[in-house]
Structures are given as C-alpha cells and as structure tokens.
Design a protein around this ligand. Sequence first.
Ligand code: OAD
Length: 234
Amino acid sequence: MKKIMISTGAGMSAESGMPTYRDAGGLWENYPVMQVASHEGYLRDPALIHEFYSNMRQKLAGGIEPNEAHKMLAGLEGEFDVEIITQNVDDLHERAGSHNVLHLHGELMKVRSVTHPERVYTLPSDELSDKGLVTTVDTVDPYGDHVRPHIVFFGEDVPNFTPAVDLVRQADVFVVIGTSLVVYPAAALLNYVRGGVPVYYIDPKPVPVPPSVHVIAKKASEGVRDLIEALRKG
Ligand code: OAD
C-alpha cells in the first residue's frame, strides 16, 4: 500500500473551532507567547501556564469535535498506509478515528511528572490529586511529584522530531495541511521528502513553497476532498 505521510498544523482544526496561533483572533492574541508557550515563561510563572492549558483543555473537551477533514483523513486508512504527524496538541485526529498519529508538540489532554518525565497521565486521571481537567501548581501524581502540561514549549527539545523524519523519508506522497511553516524543526520536515515524491500543501493562505509543491489554496475540508481525488487518480 502507498505510504501517505500527512503533516498537520493548527489550520487542520480551525473548522472545528480550535483557534489557530498566528491568524487574527488566534491564541496568541490575548496571551504573550513567551509567557504561555516558552520554557522560560514556564519557569517564571507556572501558575499562568497551568491556567492557560487548563482553559484550552476544557474548551477542547467541552464540545469541540473532529471536522470533515479529520474524518476524511481517518477514512483514507483503508486505501492507503496513512501516518499523521501533527503539530497540534488537540486529540481530534484520534477522535476522528486515525490510528497512527505522532504529536510533535505534545498533547493537551496529558500532563507529566516534572521530575520523572516518562510518567505521563491522560486527563481526567484518578491518579492525580486534582481529578478533573484543571491542573494547578499544586497538582501532584501518586508519587507526590508535581505535574506540568505535556506540551513542548519554545526552548525545549522536540523528542518526536527524529521519528517524524524517519516517517517522512518513507513517504510515497507527502501532504502538509494548515500550517504557516514558521515553527522549526516541524517546518523542516519538507526537506526530508525523497526526490520525486509528490508533495501537496493545503492552506487557504499558503506561504511560499518550492514550485514543485502542489498547492491547494483551500480550507482543510475542501482541500482534503481535492487531495483524495488526486490520490485516487495517481
Ligand atoms: P499557525 O497559526 O502559525 O498557522 C495556521 C495556518 O492555518 C495558517 O497558515 C492559516 O492560513 C491556516 N488556516 C486557517 N484556517 C484554515 C482552514 N480552515 N483550513 C486549513 N488551513 C487553515 O499554526 P501552526 O503553523 O500550526 O506550537 O503553528 C505551529 C506551532 O506554533 C504550533 O504547533 C504551536 C505554535 O507555537 C506549540 O504550541 C509548541
């Protein structure tokens, strides 16, 4: 089966009602990025970090659903060998039914021990002192260790980048959906696609990309429909 590797960004979830980061009305508009999304900000004001991600988590769990584009990608699994590499911290690909999802920037519905990062908890978790979706600087795991959002902040390593590169190198078709391609190393994945492999980029406001890339300047739901047509022809 052909291997289709799909790299998704915030635009993938825009039609579900998840705000993107850099568009007008985006997530960063009301919060200074370096306070809520950097390692330095986390060290300076962990309470604000807990508040910000707890709010997002409640929003995600409180009625945000996978959109048509998530569902169409999940439906492709019968026809193709599909792997999704996402910069998104939401769980909408999984909820739509995709089985192979690699999160580059962490997962909103998870927290981990500050001192033992291998201890990861999916919320809500009975193992934590706070049993709901909201965590604070006082939330501890069963070992008494504090937890933090399982999110990759600016200034931190991206442990899933190496496995992502391995996947991209195997791609027979590479697809990029809904990302402004400004955050590295995620944006660099394109550089690992083998020569001659078709690359598609779906985004209503695409940023400049090499001329060999097939740009579909549409929102995700419409663009994924066009993509599937092209894949079936090819
Ligand atoms: P951005 O907010 O930078 O870019 C969102 C992209 O989605 C833009 O190119 C929009 O044109 C596009 N877009 C908007 N609506 C769309 C729709 N309906 N369908 C398809 N595309 C649409 O978000 P990312 O590129 O994902 O990292 O941002 C990358 C990283 O920056 C995030 O993962 C986040 C942030 O720092 C962390 O939190 C670690």
